[in-house]
Design a protein around this ligand. Structure first.
Ligand code: GLY
Ligand code: MN
Length: 466
């Protein structure tokens, strides 16, 4: 288990105490979680806020920061000799606590008593049923009530601290993104007509694990790129199609990378594919050039939407006043999602704490408009934020049919022309950035993105593999 120095965790907890002010902050680490029978577990993944403040990547732990008593306590159980037969020996609880600057430990059975009297206890919203159940039991409320007990002041403090990445975090994220780019480079080299999508998934999963980490989320590897989060890998790659690859690695310390490239299965894009790819690439570049502290990400999203709408108008798929089209959400037929999201210990960083808290403010509330409602980040950027830029154009036949039947936004959409793109699929381009004092920096090793560069790699790779 790799951790930062204990001084880093101690300082993070100190800042948290200052922000929350009083009370007991309860952190619940994750447990092993059963997949199809009790002892067959999903791969263990620690809770990211627990990792951020306590750094310990093991199941069955909890911690309390008692701000009023200025006491920090780690709760868990030392492995019995019998358990070690199956799971090997781990460090004793006291040694684990010492690694991250905590000097008091207790058996986890002592936790409910430690929380008494049950006043001024702060919890984060649980997202795993077993943790919701434990919290409900300890706090003596029903499982249905537990989410409503999440502490706003605690959530806001955690979001404030985790949003701004420190230099050692940026180094980890850089590693994750570089590994993610290497995974993509393998696909650019090895994808070819006749392969199954799952062969690519197997290959990139191997790369992520070989790097000492893992995947940062379930990969999207599909010739049906119009399905935004397609996790079906059963199709065969065929010449003329494009393969949309959206995946990334997380490091051993669980910092994420998240990159998307869309490549031709054959050696080159078709003329139509090139046109649409270039529109997405132009929106991608426009968004990147707008990144700097103080700018609202929602405005960058809208700028990218306008760029997409201009391109779509130029190839005859949209019409009319494009400012009005974007304001009314007409472009969302082709781009029904957000331009990007924060990234860190989670690929969608802190999404468990609530998108309104992470991506918006008291005066900037997330929109309910189709398209904009999927924008996870809207607020002003700050130096140290890490985020993705991921515009796309998608032709979803079901959505096209529905909108056409409703004559939805027909002042802005040329449905007769859109009909020619029903089988086009989708294109997304995604890279990861850190906001700097003067603008932004690309994270990780650069990965080819221009049409010419992608085609050159594909041509060479396919002739070498022929
Ligand atoms: N790259 C996948 C996502 O952001 O949802
Ligand atoms: Mn993403």
């Amino acid at each position: 288990m790799k951790t930062f120095s204990k001084a880093i965790y101690t300082e993070r907890r100190k800042q948290l105490k200052l922000l929350v002010g009083s009370g007991k902050l309860l952190f619940l680490g994750n447990e092993e979680s059963s997949m199809n029978f009790k002892d067959n577990w999903y791969p263990f993944r620690q809770d990211s806020s627990f990792l951020y403040f306590f750094g310990l990547d093991l199941p069955g732990l909890a911690a309390v920061i008692d701000i009023d008593e200025d006491r920090e306590m780690l709760f868990g159980n030392d492995l019995t000799a019998e358990e070690s037969v199956w799971h090997g020996a781990t460090l004793q609880l006291a040694d684990l606590a010492d690694m991250v600057g905590v000097d008091k430990v207790s058996s986890i059975d002592g936790l409910p008593k430690y929380l008494k009297p049950k006043t001024d206890i702060h919890i984060l919203p649980p997202y795993r049923p077993e943790n919701a159940q434990k919290l409900a039991q300890w706090l003596e409320v029903s499982v249905l009530q537990i989410a409503s007990l999440a502490s706003e002041v605690f959530i806001k403090a955690v979001v404030k601290l985790r949003s701004v990445k420190s230099p050692e975090e940026i180094r980890e994220i850089n590693k994750a993104v570089t590994c993610s780019a290497a995974m993509h480079k393998r696909v650019l080299q090895e994808a070819k007509s006749g392969m199954k999508e799952y062969e690519i998934v197997g290959m990139i999963t191997g790369e992520a694990i070989r790097s000492g980490g893992n995947l940062s989320f379930t990969p999207i590897v599909t010739i049906d790129g119009q399905i935004l989060h397609n996790h079906n890998y059963s199709q065969t790659l065929t010449d003329g199609k494009m393969l949309l690859c959206d995946f990334g690695a997380e490091t051993a310390m669980h910092y994420a990378g998240d990159i998307t490239r869309t490549l031709p299965v054959g050696p080159a894009f078709s003329a139509n594919q090139k046109e649409v790819y270039q529109i997405v690439r132009d929106a991608h570049q426009t968004a990147i050039e707008s990144l700097r502290p103080g700018v609202r990400f929602k405005n960058i999203h809208l700028l990218a939407c306008k760029k997409l709408a201009e391109g779509l108008s130029a190839i005859g798929l949209m019409k009319g006043n494009l400012d009005d089209a974007v304001e009314n959400g007409a472009h969302a037929l082709f781009f029904p999602c957000g331009l990007g999201h924060m990234m860190g210990l989670d690929v969608h960083d802190m999404e468990d704490l609530g998108e309104q808290y992470v991506g918006y403010t008291e005066t900037l509330v997330k929109s309910t408009q189709f398209g904009l409602k999927s924008l996870r980040l809207g607020k002003e950027l700050e130096e140290g934020y890490v985020l993705t830029i991921e515009p796309g154009i998608y032709f979803n036949p079901l959505l096209i049919d529905q909108w056409k039947a409703e004559k939805k936004h027909s002042a802005f959409i040329r449905y007769d022309q859109v009909a020619n793109y029903r089988d086009f699929g989708g294109i997304r381009i995604e890279d990861d950035f850190v906001i700097t004092n003067g603008g932004s920096e690309l994270l990780g090793e650069p990965l080819e993105v221009e049409i010419d560069a992608l085609e050159a790699i594909r041509r060479t790779a396919l002739s070498a593999n022929a």
